[in-house]
Design a protein around this ligand. Structure first.
Ligand code: NAD
Length: 539
């Protein structure tokens, strides 16, 4: 890049992000404790599907469980069949006829009402996230704050997009503007049970599409609470339909429906690619090619340079690797450390890992809660067994009796990991960190770029030359320098990757809504002579 002319950076008009709750304040801790208690008191309720504004109970149901206490059932969630999928898509299609005509400014106001509803129920929603998904307090609170941000930010983006761009010539008026696409199916993961579901859903509705919202099985009650907020905001029936169910059963019916125009998916690479394939397979009854937005996994690395501040690097790697038990798509699962600092870094890392507090997510001091379910425990344990066999174990924390109560896996760190090994290549999605040794920065970057994914990455270094090199040669969607690599904030850090990490533009960024819209250009010859009488005048 040196020698090239760089355009002056555009300074963005700043949007005010929702502040995080300060749990060092006694009143906030009290509010959270009360919310957890109230949520516990409402355990055992039923959560029906909502199609066209009406509740639909199903015989098949999903029991939603607390990952930290697997005997504890939070509620019973109805489970949609392919038949329900068809009804929900039909309801969304009918609602679209009116919804697309609602002025964009008015749709944006609905998002602000949804944001207000989320804000009013902030502690309650955080408590549901803690208990249904095993997220520690601060992370659950961040999830709600991000959902509020998506509403406010996309409302603002839509207002900006709602101004047709004109390019007139003498005798010709030209304008380019946007139409909605139609029916959007939103398929969400459990790891940001509110933020990601809300982000995709509100992006679809503010752009004039209607939605069938399919949450992950493991977070369907949080999604039901979000549906409550949507209904309280007064959205017309059918604009958003709540369709929990088993992904493999109801997902293909939704994605394959000839009446669906867009699929917004966030989840694993395997499912994302299946959806992309099925959506591309056109049915003679459908009107056009479906648009797929798919945000998928990552195998993210942090490079620790030889002159890095190791205290900061250790903390950053720990937070990025073990925040929410490593169950973030942005999580650090590889630390690539330059040889001269390898021993001192790993020593300090080991000490820091030993001090992590493991426990139920609802205990305020917990650093590392449970993982989501039994399948996750066995998948992660399989990788730990591979690590034990193929690599050197630096940290292997035992969870003791917690393993009898819930889905707990202690943090594990393996060192001298072969960059080509499964531990260094597969997305594990749990508290397992592979540490690789690199001869120099060049090799560190080669290792970092050597997976199928390109989501997040980071580097700790005090060398401006090394940081500049990372900017250009570290191939990820979100690069973080001298800081942790998780915790993207709407507008400040538009989020999303490429290669097998995603097909789509960045969530929480200025281009995101364009994916939900169709650009249209209208050109009128204004050199007409005379006027035709209007039909009204004739009558
Ligand atoms: P998943 O792919 O198992 O499930 C995601 C959703 O897809 C769920 O709602 C599920 O029910 C549904 N689904 C499952 N099979 C389906 C099918 N055949 N057709 C249609 N839908 C189907 O993922 P998960 O376990 O919920 O989430 C974890 C994954 O999500 C990780 O890989 C993580 O990296 C990724 N993720 C990515 C981002 C990002 O922004 N890139 C954000 C969060 C999570």
């Amino acid at each position: 890049m040196s020698g090239e002319l760089k355009p002056a950076p555009k300074i963005l008009d700043r949007f005010a992000n929702e502040p995080l709750t300060d749990f060092s304040k006694a009143e906030n801790r009290k509010a959270m404790q009360e919310a957890l208690r109230d949520v516990r008191e409402s355990f055992g309720n039923d959560y029906p599907l909502i199609i066209n504004g009406k509740s639909v109970e199903t015989r098949a149901r999903i029991a939603s469980r607390n990952p930290a206490q697997h005997k504890e059932i939070l509620g019973m969630v109805s489970c949609a069949s392919p038949d329900h999928a068809e009804k929900a898509v039909a309801a969304a299609r009918r609602a679209w006829d009116e919804w697309r005509k609602v002025p964009a400014a008015h749709r944006a106001e609905y998002l602000e009402l949804i944001a207000a509803g989320l804000r009013n129920r902030r502690f309650e929603l955080s408590a549901w996230i803690v208990l249904e998904c095993g997220k520690p307090w601060a992370e659950a609170d961040g999830d709600v704050a991000e959902a509020i941000d998506f509403c406010g930010y996309y409302a603002r983006c839509m207002r900006e997009l709602d101004c047709p761009q004109s390019c007139d010539y003498p005798g010709e008026e030209n304008s380019t503007w946007y139409r909605s696409r139609g029916v959007a199916v939103v398929i969400a993961p459990w790891n940001f049970p509110l933020a990601i579901l809300a982000g995709m859903t509100v992006a679809a509705i503010v752009t004039g599409n209607t939605v069938v919202m399919k949450p992950a099985e493991q977070s369907s009650i949080v999604a039901a609470k979000f549906m409550d907020v949507i209904q309280e905001a007064g959205l017309p029936n059918g604009v958003v339909n709540y369709l929990p169910g088993i992904g493999e059963e109801v997902g293909p019916a939704l994605v394959g429906s000839p009446d669906v125009d867009l699929i917004a998916f966030t989840g694993s690479r395997k499912v994302g690619l299946e959806i992309n394939k099925l959506a591309a397979d056109t049915d003679p009854r459908q009107l056009g090619v479906k648009k797929v937005i798919a945000e998928m996994g990552g195998k993210n690395a942090i490079i620790v340079d030889e002159d890095a501040d190791l205290d900061e690097a250790v903390q950053g790697v720990i937070r990025s690797a073990f925040g929410y038990s490593g169950q973030k798509c942005s999580a650090c699962s590889r630390a690539i450390v330059l040889a001269p600092v390898f021993d001192s870094f790993t020593q300090r890392l080991k000490a820091a890992c030993e001090s992590l507090q493991i426990g139920p997510a609802e205990a305020p001091g917990t650093d590392l809660g449970p993982v989501i379910d039994e399948d996750a425990v066995s998948r992660i344990n399989d990788y730990i067994a591979i690590g034990n066999e193929e690599c050197e174990t630096l940290v292997a924390r035992d969870v003791g009796d917690l393993a009898q109560q819930g889905h707990f896996v202690g943090p594990h760190v393996f060192i001298n990991v072969d960059p080509e090994s499964r531990l260094a290549q597969h997305e594990i999605f749990g508290p397992v960190l592979a540490v690789l040794k690199a001869r120099n920065l060049e090799q560190a970057l080669t290792f970092a770029n050597s997976t199928d994914y390109a989501l997040t990455g980071g580097m700790y270094s005090r060398s401006p030359v090394a940081l500049e090199k990372a900017r250009h040669d570290f191939l990820v969607g979100n690069l973080y320098l001298n800081r942790e690599i998780t915790g993207a904030i709407v507008q400040r850090h538009p989020f999303g990757g490429f290669n097998f990490s995603g097909i789509g533009s960045k969530a929480g960024g200025p281009d995101y809504l364009l994916q939900y819209l169709l650009p249209v250009s209208v050109s009128e010859n204004t050199l007409r002579r005379g006027f035709a009488p209007s039909a009204d005048a004739e009558a």
